[in-house]
Design a protein around this ligand. Structure first.
Ligand code: FES
Length: 95
């Protein structure tokens, strides 16, 4: 388990090399698209611009250079690009 950097649409996050990318993005407060979380639907697809991941076998179609975040664990710093703007979890403000 080591600490890595995950770049998402240009925004850098601190990540790890033992957890699926989808979970790590959610833990960081991002809300990327997903449906099945099981490698079937392809909703969590993104482009792997740089770095390496271990991706489990999956049924969903991915083009060359794409990965499924629900099935992929990073093994190095990675740079990901989604073709949409990922929203963040709203931060509660105490008044
Ligand atoms: S959420 Fe369905 S393939 Fe990842």
């Amino acid at each position: 388990m080591s600490r890595i950097t995950i770049s998402v649409n240009g925004q850098e996050l601190v990540g790890n090399s033992h957890q699926q990318l989808l979970e790590q993005l959610e833990s960081a407060g991002l809300m990327p698209e997903y449906q099945c979380r099981n490698g079937v639907c392809g909703a969590c697809r993104c482009k792997l611009e740089s770095g390496h991941v271990n991706q489990k076998d999956a049924m969903a179609y991915v083009a060359a250079g794409e990965i499924l975040t629900c099935q992929s664990v990073p093994v190095s710093d990675v740079s990901l690009t989604f073709d949409y703007q990922i929203t963040s979890v709203p931060i509660a403000v105490n008044e």
